[in-house]
Write a protein that binds this ligand. Structure first.
Ligand code: HEM
Length: 116
């Protein structure tokens, strides 16, 4: 395995951990009945942006994802980050706002898996 491939796999591994933090953190929080942003969601949303941008670099000998797919994922991830970051200090957030974060996270994962 070459260095570039090792880097891509490390980024992808971190990207999946970020996804788990964001989605898992949100679902665990929702099940407590206290609808608020927690640190797992905040860190997950940051990790997704950083590792996603890293994964968008030409790391695959020309088999890179389509630019439209990357732009779609970036816009969705920025929206999630803004919704998480600017409501992180609130004691309680609107249920619709919270479920929209979960929905956009699931949508971004679906874009990653099904947009081939
Ligand atoms: C909340 C935000 C995000 C979620 C939930 C998410 C989810 C995922 C998941 C589940 C995968 C693995 C798919 C698979 O291996 O088939 C993936 C891969 C990928 N994501 Fe994201 N992602 C997010 C943000 C981003 C952003 C912002 C970018 C780029 C700007 C990005 C770029 C990529 C790329 C390039 C891959 C493919 C990696 C590879 O196989 O080389 N992601 N994403």
């Amino acid at each position: 395995m070459g260095r570039v491939e090792a880097l891509r796999l490390i980024l992808l591994y971190a990207h999946l951990i970020g996804f788990a933090l964001l989605l898992g953190g949100a679902i665990a929080q929702y099940l407590t009945g206290k609808i608020r942003i927690n640190p797992a969601m905040l860190w997950g949303s940051v990790i997704q942006l950083v590792t996603g941008i890293g994964l968008s670099a030409p790391l695959r000998d020309g088999a890179e994802p389509a630019p439209a797919k990357l732009v779609t994922k970036l816009v969705l991830a920025l929206l999630i980050f803004v919704m998480v970051f600017f409501s992180r200090k609130r004691a309680e957030v609107n249920r619709g706002h919270f479920l929209a974060i979960v929905g956009l996270t699931l949508l971004n994962a679906a874009v990653a898996v099904f947009w081939r």
